[in-house]
Design a protein around this ligand. Sequence first.
Ligand SMILES: *[C@@H]1O[C@H](CO)[C@@H](O)[C@H](O)[C@H]1NC(C)=O
Ligand SMILES: *[C@@H]1O[C@H](CO)[C@@H](O)[C@H](O)[C@H]1NC(C)=O
Ligand SMILES: *[C@@H]1O[C@H](CO)[C@@H](O)[C@H](O)[C@H]1NC(C)=O
Ligand SMILES: *[C@@H]1O[C@H](CO)[C@@H](O)[C@H](O)[C@H]1NC(C)=O
Ligand SMILES: *[C@@H]1O[C@H](CO)[C@@H](O)[C@H](O)[C@H]1NC(C)=O
Ligand SMILES: *[C@@H]1O[C@H](CO)[C@@H](O)[C@H](O)[C@H]1NC(C)=O
Length: 456
Amino acid sequence: MSASVFLLWLVSIPLAIHALPQSRDYLLSCGSNAEIEEGSLKYVPDNDYISTGNTTTLTRTDILPRLQTLRFFPNANARKHCYTFPVIRGARYLVKTVYFYGGFDGGKVPPVFDQIIDGTKWTTVNTTEDFAGGGSSYYEVVVAAQSKSLSVCLARNQQTAAGSSPFISSVEVHYLESSVYNSTNFDRAMLMTVARSRFGSQDDEIISYPDDIYNRLWDSFKEEGSPFVSSQSKVNPTAFWNIPPEKAFASAVTASRGKNVTVKWPGFPLSSGFYYIGLYFQDNRSPSPYSWRVFDVEINGQMFFQNINATESGQGVVGTNWPLSGQTVLNLSPALNSPVGPLINAAEILQLLPFGSRTLARDAVAMEEVKKELGNPPEDWTGDPCMPLPHSWTGLSCTPGEPIRVLSLNLTGYGLSGKLSPSIARLTAITNIWLGDNKLSGKIPDLSPLKALETL
Ligand SMILES: *[C@@H]1O[C@H](CO)[C@@H](O)[C@H](O)[C@H]1NC(C)=O
Ligand SMILES: *[C@@H]1O[C@H](CO)[C@@H](O)[C@H](O)[C@H]1NC(C)=O
Ligand SMILES: *[C@@H]1O[C@H](CO)[C@@H](O)[C@H](O)[C@H]1NC(C)=O
Ligand SMILES: *[C@@H]1O[C@H](CO)[C@@H](O)[C@H](O)[C@H]1NC(C)=O
Ligand SMILES: *[C@@H]1O[C@H](CO)[C@@H](O)[C@H](O)[C@H]1NC(C)=O
Ligand SMILES: *[C@@H]1O[C@H](CO)[C@@H](O)[C@H](O)[C@H]1NC(C)=O
């Protein structure tokens, strides 16, 4: 997985008052029991979106209010711990998870664990380096909702130290306009944010909400020795598919006439994979009928875009499926007669992560109904029932390949109360059901539709 971790502000808070995010967005301060305001953003307590885990408060006040509380998951028998958000099926969402360890468990080293989106492992969370540097870590992904709910889960993995607990400080889910990152096939892949930068700025400010309507973070990338220009940005962000913030166009790196602009960005090697790249340009001069900035862009020596004409209103180009690995080099070379040098204002790069399978919708719905009728379902009965396979719901076994079906249900000895929902009869691939040693009441539903059933 790519290192999509950045140092985050500890104390800087956006102060401008602006329109609030849409009601389709969720901003959570995990473990908090009251609403928290950071600038014009409101973070609400997380308990409406998750029912498991413990909460705690760090004894520090020099950090963002949202990072002062967290939720952690001490139950090592639960295979995953999920937040569930009501969403619009087919719509795209930007999901951001934020972690600040703060030594909440009395230890020195942050626990390492996995993040899962619906049925797909997203990435491993390792905040050790950021924490040692005094910062928090964040991870971000763009994903299309495959159903009417979206789950964001944490799970132990082989690297999770015994006795340590996965934890989380904040979750954000932003509804995206359909033009944003739209040339990606979101049925097949999600996009993990790797870097998002603006160039040529002389300050270190990270641009975020309200400049970026989705609270994406644009850091300030410094290229030693390159000439830079600053300008009054005049772009209209909504004229761009990806709605980059106007402020990201306020500076650029450039070169004098006839010279190339070469930027080694991002500032770390990429893991081998396919990437979505968005580049943004704006001419900082008044339009002149004879003097256009026209140039080509190559990435690692491969032509990326030809004859880009950076006008005053700005220009954005995207590549949706670029194979990259190691250090990336952007080379902008001026068109033959271009009287002014090329320039670049901002860029973003996201890695394509194939979307894994999910439990067949019929089976998933039936399992949700079974869960609903139980008084005390197992703690990990959240998120996708079968996927990813090592993190299926306790007691379930599933088919190893498509379509993903529930094959057996062993709930022996869980001390379950409540009723067995008749919906169990809709799990038509099931071969075995074991329910011994529980305190279930009511009658056993009609299981005659279960033709494959061998044991009960
Ligand atoms: C977590 O909460 C449960 C229930 O409130 C409690 O019994 C348990 O001791 C807590 N665990 C930790 C590690 O705080
Ligand atoms: C977590 O990251 C740190 C610092 O990069 C590294 O030393 C450590 O090995 C990582 N831990 C695991 C379990 O991968
Ligand atoms: C992306 O969105 C823009 C603006 O809505 C539209 O013009 C374009 O055709 C879309 N592209 C794809 C591949 O859907
Ligand atoms: C660049 O774009 C401007 C504005 O659209 C146009 O007038 C000009 O002819 C273009 N220049 C070149 C060299 O394509
Ligand atoms: C600028 O880039 C072009 C295209 O890669 C290359 O042919 C040319 O040699 C470069 N110029 C310089 C001065 O490096
Ligand atoms: C069902 O689960 C119980 C308790 O975990 C276990 O002892 C038993 O062997 C399991 N039965 C089957 C058939 O897997």
